[in-house]
Design a binder for this molecule. Structure first.
Ligand code: PMP
Length: 400
């Protein structure tokens, strides 16, 4: 049965008919099979989760303010956590502008609900984060991809597509999926161009703290706070299972986002927020995040070394990301990553075909050759074996 044809008496809403299963979640199901080395999911390394700190914090929260932690709470979020978020950001932010969300994924949903009508133009980098495309799609926008180069979105392409757009969604740091970081010059130019075009920006920055060599340049939100909604997450620096993220919104927009949040879930879990506030109080993140950086840097290095070793002569290309969790690779001409995936899974290794991340232009031959490889979930030894398997699969597919 076509999933859009529900049996009587059910009638599917138009927006539900436009929803698609996340390609990544479908692939993740396959990769749960024992023995598969997965570079597919964007799962932070469980070795980085501060389990002991959460054990202590949960006991303390329950002892000190158990009933309040288990009660309904303010939709804006737990005040000490909002204060900590504001203090962590590299520009002056009033805690009153911070809304704690159920993961930054919810922030994407709220932004779309508040800013997008059916048919509204929404600009995204292409390729971009699949979960953002999913969140925006529920509001039935016209999603338009803006092309980029190694420095970020191309100003001329942005100018050509900006008319009437509700916002441009950007991931300037260690982008998902390409691992790219927007240069300082491009950020400075884009901040000016967005002002000139009166184009709001939605800046998503879950990976900015995970830099390997040097911190990324200042966010666009620090340069044009009145033009930007900024999204952050505790998923990559603490643990994704907490489902805690946040947005920072200009004062005129904040009440509407708050109302959308109330409609969605009243508030994010108060117990989680109090535990997170306990864990991040003081300088815990200053000690913890460098350990994540060091681990992920070594795993990136292992993947780059394995690619160099195993793909010689095959014509595979890749970038070397300066942070984050993802490496973006390109197959030799004539190969298609979607077609390669089942053969790779059969051989014991998984990745995400790059076409999944493109907004409407995935038929482009270039996009079909791309793939995203996460280097943070598998160990260095698994990375070695997985890349060797991937290279053998490519060699076979290429008939080399
Ligand atoms: N934005 C981007 C770019 C992401 O990669 C992710 C997670 N994969 C999210 C937002 C959502 O993260 P969370 O809801 O866990 O904060």
């Amino acid at each position: 049965m076509n999933p859009n044809d529900l049996p009587s008496p059910w009638v599917l809403a138009r927006r539900a008919a436009r929803m698609n299963p996340s390609v990544i979640r479908e692939i993740l199901k396959v990769t749960e099979r024992p023995g598969i080395i997965s570079f597919a999911g964007g799962l932070p390394s469980p070795a980085t989760f501060p389990v002991g700190e959460f054990a202590t914090a949960s006991a303390r929260v329950l002892q000190q303010d158990g009933p309040a932690a288990l009660q309904y709470a303010a939709s804006e979020g737990f005040a000490p956590l909002r204060e900590k978020v504001a203090a962590m950001l590299p520009w002056p932010v009033d805690p009153g502008q911070v809304l704690i969300t159920t993961g930054s994924q919810q922030a994407l949903d709220l932004v779309a609900k508040v800013l997008v009508d059916p048919g509204s133009r929404v600009l995204v980098e292409t390729p971009t984060y699949l979960g953002a495309l999913q969140a925006f799609a529920t509001q039935e926008p016209e999603i338009v991809g803006v092309h980029g180069d190694d420095e970020g979105v191309l100003p001329d392409d942005l100018r050509a597509k900006a008319a009437g757009a509700r916002f441009l969604y950007l991931l300037p740091n260690f982008q998902n999926p390409t691992g790219r970081t927007m240069s300082e010059a491009r950020r400075a130019g884009l901040a000016e161009l967005a002002t000139e075009l009166r184009l709001p920006l939605v800046e998503d920055n879950p990976y900015g703290d995970l830099w390997f060599d040097q911190p990324p340049p200042l966010p666009l939100s620090a340069r044009r706070p009145d033009h930007c909604v900024y999204l952050g997450s505790f998923s990559k620096v603490l643990a994704p299972g907490l489902r805690l993220g946040f947005l920072v919104a200009p004062a005129p927009l904040y009440p509407k986002l708050l109302q959308a949040k109330q409609a969605a879930d009243l508030h994010s879990p108060g117990f989680d927020q109090r535990m997170a506030a306990q864990v991040v109080a003081g300088d815990f993140l200053d000690r913890h995040v460098p350990r994540i950086r060091a681990l992920y840097r070594s795993q990136r290095d292992a993947m780059v070394a394995a690619l160099q070793r195993e793909t010689g002569g095959l014509g595979v290309e890749w970038n070397v990301p300066g942070g984050g969790m993802f490496l973006w690779a390109r197959l030799p001409p004539g190969l298609n990553a979607l077609e390669l995936l089942p053969r790779a899974v059969e051989a014991g290794v998984a990745f995400v075909p790059g076409a999944a991340f493109h907004a409407g232009d995935s038929e482009d031959g270039q996009a079909l050759r791309t793939l995203r490889l996460s280097f943070v979930t598998a160990s260095a030894a698994e990375i070695d074996r997985g890349i060797a398997t991937l290279a053998a699969t490519i060699r076979q597919a290429a008939g080399a």
